[in-house]
Design a binder for this molecule. Structure first.
Ligand SMILES: Cc1ncc(C[n+]2csc(CCOP(=O)(O)OP(=O)(O)O)c2C)c(N)n1
Ligand SMILES: [Mg+2]
Length: 689
């Protein structure tokens, strides 16, 4: 068998493993694997630096299947090149209950999967984050003669990926940042789910990427292995910018009656068409899941190659360690996901202050201390640093060292090249979210992304994915309510809070003062297996006197008693965020009237729900049905905590444009109104507003 025949045998092995998996499951996407198998084969056998025996080797190339619907292609590759958990049995259980081969790749489930993909476009954004991660680690840790970090990020993307907005945002950012080790293979088959791209997508993608500053190549025949190999080589040689390789392919290549049509996209070919396709490509009809020995041998050579590559890297890392032991330790610690010893010791305590400070401001103070103690903390905002206060002042900007800087102002200007830790995502919230997740996927980072709470809607898909994939992404959202004021209803979050709480696995924290903000950040840093959302105020809130009120680390339990209101409270006031100080002030008035009002701060429903029933009952005694929750956001869900006889002071309509204090007052968020609503709960008259 000559090399050409062996290549074809391997490619058809990949194709038909994927086709048979889809056929057996009677569900899935056969078209993309048939068309894209050749480029995937070339990449995985000749270019990709990876070790099937060690999926967590830190200097491996990352491969992101952005077109996650082509999962069968990835599973076939992983099996054939020898990833141990990807057995043939797993392929035969494609899309079945508790298999490692779910419909779309899930990184938390299957060790060898780099990113959970399927929502189109997302993977491109993840890959940009990974490439940022590589560039940053290389800048921070490599030393002359010691290239410890030197890997590429490869993406396989489809027409659908190329249509999505998040892809455009991410590609624009990657071009700006000149991420030379990012390489996207575009499986351009000009067919999508419902028809050909001629119905909705006729732009010149190459020209668009060129304008983003990418290196763009075209391969006219997706079966031309030599051309693909040449393009990949040239892409790596273009070290000063990211690369796009547009590969013309045929969706469902080889299927006589379905190739090139949308029917090949997302449904099994059907037994008859599978038979015809196999005959057409010279493949035996039986058995299904057939793997010829020469193909397996050739593909499994990836194991020996990968082990040798990683061994070589380990020797280089040992030499690096001999010269730079502290740096080597730090690298290992970051990827092991241990936190630095004593990282909490320098965090600020905030003194009681009736005027206080905005929780975004407290967050800024905490963040500066965290930045000193936790070098893996990296992040940025969607062009809002001067407002979100998320700029790490001593840590420089992540920027291309080759791009001249001009016109910088505001919270910009460290100028550290790829070693900077502040990422300017630009006004691209969706790509920011995807890239932050990419940093988390990459490993070695605790990444964060910041914007106004109301604009979390612009990046909801990556927020959701961070929870599915159990990433330690930290979402920092300031300007959290109608108290934003003058900017009006378009800028005032109302339903965002409950919609974030609705995401399974998300921990949402809305701290009530500066010290609670410190605790919220601590929780986010410690939470290694899932995302945290920090919800912060624009406006000042008093810093509570912790000699009078309970210590702020009650935040860890989600809700805690600030002021018990005597041994047998008759009323419970519950507040979050900026409304904590409101219930505190209202309780003082109620106390003065001789009423036993308890005050509870409840920054996180999720953490409180995870506590024992005994603890929850100690905070909210079942014997006290008179409970008032105060939160400047939608009321949905508060019933759970206030019970059938409680009340909720909330915002169940859009906000308004006026000074923040005026909007808050008009919407009923005043001490007097809280007092009157509380009295009404006790059976007294509600006083007019
Ligand atoms: C955000 C998002 N919208 C819609 C879908 C549903 N969907 C899955 S694949 C696809 C398009 C398929 O076309 P293409 O990306 O070209 O893949 P191909 O058919 O070539 O494999 C769509 C609309 C999705 N997965 N993600
Ligand atoms: Mg397509």
């Amino acid at each position: 068998m000559n090399q050409n025949e062996l290549d074809q045998l391997c490619i058809n092995t990949i194709r038909f493993l994927a086709v048979d998996a889809v056929q057996k499951a009677n569900s899935g996407h056969p078209g993309a694997p048939l068309g894209a198998a050749p480029m995937a084969y070339v990449l995985w056998t000749r270019d990709l630096k990876h070790n099937p025996s060690d999926p967590s080797w830190i200097d491996r190339d990352r491969f992101v299947l952005s077109a996650g619907h082509a999962s069968a292609l990835l599973y076939a590759l992983l099996h054939l090149v020898g990833y141990q958990d990807m057995t043939l049995d797993q392929l035969e259980r494609f899309r079945q209950w508790q298999s490692l081969t779910p419909g779309h790749p899930e990184s938390h489930l299957t060790r060898s999967i780099e990113a959970s993909t399927g929502p189109l476009g997302q993977g491109v954004g993840n890959a940009v984050g990974m490439a940022i991660g590589e560039a940053h680690l290389a800048a921070r840790y490599n030393r002359p003669g010691h290239e410890i970090f030197d890997h590429h990020t490869y993406v396989l993307a489809s027409d659908g990926d190329m249509m999505e907005g998040v892809q455009a945002e991410a590609a624009s950012l990657a071009g700006h940042l000149q991420l030379g080790k990012l390489i996207v293979l575009y499986d351009s088959n000009r067919v999508t789910l419902s028809g050909t791209t001629s119905i909705a997508f006729t732009e010149d993608v190459g020209a668009r990427y060129q304008s983003y500053g990418w290196h763009v190549q075209r391969v006219d025949d997706g079966n031309d292995l030599a051309a693909i190999a040449r393009a990949l080589h040239a892409a790596r040689a273009a070290t000063d910018r990211p690369s796009l390789i547009i590969v013309q392919t045929v969706l469902g290549f080889g299927a006589p009656d379905k190739a090139g049509t949308f029917e090949a996209h997302g449904a099994p070919l059907g037994a008859l068409e599978v038979t015809k396709t196999k005959a057409n490509l010279g493949w035996p009809e039986q058995p299904a899941f057939y793997i010829p020995d020469p193909a397996l041998q050739h593909l499994r050579s990836a194991i020996a190659r990968g082990e040798a590559a990683e061994d070589g890297w380990r020797r280089r890392f040992a030499a690096y360690r001999a010269e730079f032991p502290a740096l080597a330790d730090e690298i290992e610690r970051r990827f092991r996901r241990g936190l630095p010893v004593g990282w909490q010791s320098s965090l600020p305590e905030f003194a009681a202050d009736p005027k206080g400070m905005a929780t975004r401001k407290a967050s800024e103070v905490v963040l500066q201390a965290l930045a000193r103690a936790v070098p893996e903390l990296v992040g940025g905002s969607g062009d809002l640093d001067p407002s979100t206060y998320t700029w790490m002042k001593q840590d420089g900007d992540f920027e291309s060292p080759r791009r001249p800087r001009e016109g910088v102002q505001g919270a910009v200007g460290g100028g550290w090249g790829y070693g900077g830790r502040n990422i300017h995502f630009g006004v691209r919230e969706h790509a920011m979210g995807a890239a932050v997740n990419g940093l988390a996927y990459h490993g070695g980072f605790i990444p964060f992304g910041a914007t106004f709470l109301v604009f979390s809607d612009y990046m909801r898909p990556p927020i959701r994915l961070s929870a599915i994939a159990r990433l330690q992404s930290i979402w920092v959202y300031t300007h959290d309510s109608i108290a934003v004021g003058e900017d009006g209803p378009t800028h005032e979050a109302v339903e965002q809070l409950v919609s974030l709480r609705a995401i399974p696995g998300m921990v949402v924290l809305r701290p009530g003062d500066a010290n609670e903000t410190r605790c919220a950040w601590q929780i986010a840093i410690e939470r290694r297996d899932g995302p945290t959302t920090l919800v912060l105020t624009r406006q000042h809130v008093p810093t509570l006197d912790r000699r009078i009120y309970a210590p702020a680390d009650g935040v860890r339990r989600g809700a805690y008693v600030l002021d018990p209101g005597g041994p047998a409270p008759e009323l419970i006031l519950i507040g979050t965020g900026s409304e904590v100080s409101l219930v505190v002030a209202a309780a003082q008035i109620l106390h003065a009237r001789g009423l036993r009002a308890r005050v509870v701060s409840m920054p996180s429903w999720e953490l409180f729900a995870a506590e024992t029933a005994a603890y929850r009952d100690s905070v909210l005694p079942p014997s006290v049905p008179a409970r008032l929750a105060v939160e400047a956001a939608r009321s949905i869900g508060w019933e759970r905590w206030v019970g059938p006889r409680g009340d909720i002071l909330s915002v169940d309509r859009f906000g308004a444009s006026a000074p923040g204090e005026v909007v808050m007052k008009e919407y009923g968020f005043t001490v007097d109104h809280v007092v009157s609503r509380a009295l009404a709960l006790l059976g007294g008259e509600e006083e007019p507003r």
